[in-house]
Design a binder for this molecule. Structure first.
Ligand code: FAQ
Length: 313
């Protein structure tokens, strides 16, 4: 007798409980597939849009070494986008559909990339805070139940580790540097601290997807748990450098061993997520231009593929 949907779901959940990875050809609930496509494609878009705030500084790097480091970092983000689009394609969606959703403004991407990078110190702060936040989240995702996503995360996390170190190294140097460098580092911290905390998403109580994601071991930790770990790691390190975390309410709860933040500005978060941030329009326009400029490459590739297939027939 053919297994029913209920039998399949039970067998699927038993696999998850045993810690098995789900692979592309395996049976999976439609909601699991939809959640993964949503999350992996948003993640891919974030990597690609995330190239823009830093890419803007490649031509203004203060010396050749710094330019090489930044070039390598931005190029890594493009690679991360590639792995992730491929991982999403294993679930039955297409690159074209995902890009169309991004360019039409229908798909989301990380809110943090809708803020401008105003000084060279921002490059360091993005590396330390934004890559640092991404690593915490992605180390969790490297253990997620979907094989292609978890394997992509392993390599991505290694590269993000290098990105975080380059940012941390720069900020430590600036914090111990000239008064002008200290001011630049503090100003960058003031502007990137809250957007970095927002990367972890809304509070658990407002997180519409977490219940499904936790049930299916796509996420294994909640938005608030990861955000707390981030604040616990960053607040003392920044303060040790003499930098002030721009949160007057920040305090250490010795009983719980946690640094407790003030409340995030959730109106701002949702405004940016919904397209109303300082750079949303600029970011999408830049992606649209890159897409249009690449049209001839896609056409040439399609023509080459068609000719190769005709010759082989
Ligand atoms: N920005 O129900 P939840 C990087 C949306 S990669 C925009 O809690 P979920 C590398 C969410 O989509 C950074 N939208 O959502 C780099 C949902 O809307 P939907 C990206 C957000 O999925 C570094 C709604 O709000 N990383 O930085 C955000 O359970 C430097 C309700 O939220 C990933 O994408 C946000 N911050 O948790 C590159 C990791 N937060 O879709 C260049 C994978 C929430 O229902 C330079 N993703 N929303 O319409 C995840 O881990 C999760 O999707 C979360 C959100 C944690 C982002």
């Amino acid at each position: 007798m053919e297994p029913t949907e209920a039998d399949r779901l039970t067998a699927f959940e038993a696999r998850l409980a045993r810690g098995e990875k789900i692979e592309p050809g395996d049976w999976m609930p439609e909601a699991y597939r939809r959640q993964l496509i949503r999350m992996i494609s948003q993640h891919a878009h974030s990597e690609v849009i995330g190239m823009l705030p830093e890419g803007a500084w490649i031509t203004r790097a203060p010396n050749l070494r710094q330019k090489l480091v930044l070039l390598a970092k931005v190029q890594d983000e493009a690679g991360h986008g590639q792995y992730l689009y491929h991982a999403a394609e294993t679930l039955g969606t297409t690159r074209e559909a995902m890009i169309a959703a991004l360019l039409s403004g229908q798909a989301k991407y990380a809110s943090v990339f809708n803020y401008p990078s105003l000084s060279w110190a921002d490059i360091g702060m993005i590396g330390w805070l934004v890559d640092g936040a991404a690593i915490l989240n992605q180390t969790m995702l490297a253990r997620c139940s979907y094989g292609p996503y978890s394997r992509a995360m392993v390599r991505i996390c290694m590269e993000e580790g290098f990105h975080k170190k380059q940012g941390q190294e720069m900020i430590i140097r600036y914090a111990r540097g000239t008064p002008r460098q200290r001011t630049l580092a503090q100003d960058a911290l003031n502007r990137w601290w809250w957007p970095a905390l927002m990367m972890f998403g809304p509070h658990d109580s407002a997180s519409t997807n977490s219940a499904d994601l936790l049930r299916w071991k796509i996420k294994t930790r909640t938005n608030d748990e990861l955000r707390q770990e981030f604040v616990n790691e960053l607040a003392p390190d920044l303060q040790a450098l003499g930098l002030a975390v721009p949160d007057p309410a920040l305090q250490f709860d010795a009983t719980a061993g946690n640094w407790i933040s003030g409340e995030l500005d959730w109106d701002e978060f949702w405004r940016v997520v919904k397209g109303g941030g300082p750079c949303n329009a600029e970011r999408l326009a830049a992606r649209q231009k890159a897409h249009d400029d690449g049209q001839w490459v896609r056409e040439a590739l399609a023509a080459y593929t068609a000719r190769s297939a005709a010759e082989a027939a």
